[in-house]
Design a binder for this molecule. Structure first.
Ligand code: ATP
Ligand code: MG
Length: 579
């Protein structure tokens, strides 16, 4: 109930109420609001049956239309849970014991509207994140609470609302339908399918904003989330429950890394969610085709807020995606979620904030832009065994301008995540793809999650590459190099070629282990760099054909003994000698 002093109340009806009726209503008001409220009657011929009572801002609608409205809402609430189920039995079931309630509905009035934003006056007790219902069934979400007004973002087309339209509270916070039926589908951030494959049967409804798991509810990151990309799995391993940023200029292969990781989860019992924010619809449809081609769509959900969607839709997209992910995580499953990308998300939030008249700060972003992403990324977690042991691994993507990682949004997100894969245009154009800058990339928690086999075989790779880079710089201007330096350079140069990897060709664990073992033992020293990729393919094929026991042993145990390493080297050299 409202705590404000309510001075007057008004009763609308077609006929003047009898004294007895008036007495009853006065009694009702006195009981709910105190004694000192006067009751005024206003004739309203448009009310065919029943009456409407307004006490301050609260409206009790006992007209026929009002009761119908209440009934509709109850049905909607019930249907919301079962989304596509047949509605008729539900209505039957509910209508049996339905009676209109004396619950007040708080109404407000739209004072201004435009650009997907409405300001509303009157809704004194509305809460942050609550869903408001406008006329014509248009929904909005409260995003700004001011002393005498509310700023609200709108999720539907706004043409039908104008200044003076009525707005109703719903008392519910924004949420999305969730369920196993979403796998393999493309949906918008409101959970509505946009792939033309019909309705989705939802199992539950989850708020889009929910608090991140606490410390007690978590356990350390200790199981690997393999990307299948040699360069990443060997030097910047990612663990289940980790948040690893993919950062780089435009067109440097950021999305490609995320997609390869999704493709690599085939048969690994991981659910993947790809959240696209502000991208071209054509790119998304191409992506779906590619994922299908690689058999990855069966365990993947795409949440798409494309560039043509309004800023409010783009703003809620990552939160919706995360709610879907949480649904699976709480069932004990492992989920991989990609946010592509958070720079565009921040831009959508900036435009909302400016429209809501919030004061702009650095780069015109509002003051709470850090919280915008920290509360999202904190929801990635590895849950404790008591809670089922599920996990959400987050791969946020950020686009930089001219490699500037010190800009506002990149620094924020770098500080929130557990490491970053830094991609560089220069490397990309040289043909070094994936264009990972080995010096600037890091993974802070994934080391514990790496299998022993991977850890052992990737040994000195990072160090060797660092030495190579240093030497490359120093020897740029000298013409005659001694033999040892020359060898070092050839070796490092070869390593860079070994790290090249085409798109959609993830390596399995045993392939990576074998490749690293032979490469770090200088197997490729005498192979011309242009032949390295084909040599790798031939060697790996040979191992799978002739030494499949070693391969399956590595894959199943995640271990490798010194004897096995020696054996791999021996087999490899034998293979080389034969050609
Ligand atoms: P944007 O900034 O537009 O989102 P992006 O950084 O996400 O771009 P991608 O779209 O992933 O970059 O890749 C850009 C182009 O490079 C694509 O055509 C992709 O096919 C190609 N590409 C990416 N990775 C590789 C790779 N490892 N080998 C070969 N080509 C690649
Ligand atoms: Mg991209």
């Amino acid at each position: 109930m409202s705590n404000d002093k309510v001075a007057t109340s008004v009763l609308y009806s077609a006929l003047k109420p009898s004294e007895a009726q008036e007495g009853k209503i006065k009694e009702f008001i006195a009981k709910k609001y105190g004694e000192d409220i006067s009751l005024e009657w206003i004739e309203d011929k448009s009310i065919a049956d029943g009456f409407r009572l307004e006490v301050g801002q609260e409206v009790y609608d006992w007209t026929n239309a009002g009761r119908l409205e209440q009934f509709k809402e109850m049905i909607l609430n019930a249907v919301g849970k079962k989304y596509s189920d047949n509605v008729i039995p539900l209505i039957r079931e509910n209508i049996k014991d339905w009676a209109p309630k004396g619950v007040p509905t708080e109404y407000g009035v739209v004072t201004s509207i435009g650009d997907g934003i409405a300001t509303v006056s009157g809704l004194k007790s509305a809460t942050y994140g609550e869903i408001l219902l406008f006329s014509e069934g248009i929904r909005g979400m409260v995003l700004d609470l001011r002393e005498d007004e509310i700023g609200c973002i709108l999720f539907d087309d706004t043409d039908e609302i104008s200044e003076g339209s009525r707005v109703r509270r719903t008392g519910r916070s924004a949420g999305v339908p969730v369920g196993n039926g979403f796998l393999g589908r493309v949906v918008n951030p409101l959970g509505i399918p946009i792939d033309g494959k019909g309705d989705i049967e939802a199992e539950d409804y989850r708020a889009i904003e929910s608090p991140a798991p606490g410390i007690i509810e978590r356990q350390p990151v200790n199981r690997p989330m393999e990307t299948g990309i040699l360069c990443i799995d060997s030097m910047f391993p990612i663990g289940r429950g980790q948040r690893e940023l993919i950062i780089g200029d435009r067109q440097t292969g950021k999305t490609a890394i995320a997609l390869d990781t999704i493709v690599n989860q085939k048969g690994k019992d991981v659910i993947c969610i790809y959240v696209a924010i502000g991208q071209k619809a054509s790119l998304i449809s191409q992506m779906v085709t590619n994922l299908k081609k690689h058999g990855a769509m069966d365990y993947t959900i795409i949440v798409n807020a494309s560039a043509s969607d309004a800023a409010p839709i783009q703003y809620i997209a990552p939160y919706s995606g995360c709610s879907l992910a949480e649904f699976f995580m709480h069932q004990g499953k492992d989920v991989l979620i990609v946010y592509d990308d958070l720079s565009k998300h921040a831009i959508a939030y900036r435009s909302l904030s400016l429209l809501l008249d919030r004061s702009p700060g650095r780069e015109a972003y509002p003051g709470d832009v850090f919280y915008l992403h920290s509360r999202l990324l904190e929801r990635a977690a590895h849950l404790s065994d008591e809670l089922g042991g599920g996990s959400i691994t987050a791969l946020p993507i950020v686009e930089t301008q001219a490699g500037d990682v010190a800009a506002y949004i990149p620094t924020n997100i770098i500080s929130i995540t557990d490491g970053q894969i830094f991609l560089e245009s220069e490397l990309f154009f040289e043909g070094q793809r994936p264009a990972v800058n080995v010096g600037l990339s890091v993974s802070r928690v994934g080391g514990d999650a790496q299998t022993k086999a991977m850890k052992k075989s990737s040994g000195s790779l990072r160090l060797d590459l660092a030495q190579y880079r240093e030497m490359e710089v120093f020897t740029q201007f000298s013409s005659d190099l001694d033999e040892a330096t020359q060898k070092q350079l050839t070796y490092g140069h070869g390593l860079m070629y070994i790290l090249r990897q085409p798109q959609y060709k993830p390596y399995s664990q045993h392939q990576q282990v074998i490749l690293l073992t032979v490469a770090l033992n200088k197997y490729f020293m005498d192979v011309p760099v242009k032949n390295i990729q084909s040599e790798i393919a031939r060697l790996l094929e040979h191992f799978e054909m002739s030494h499949s026991d070693i391969c399956s042993k590595i894959d199943s145990t995640g271990l490798i003994s010194d004897d096995d390493r020696a054996a791999i080297m021996k087999y490899a050299l034998e293979f080389k000698g034969r050609n």
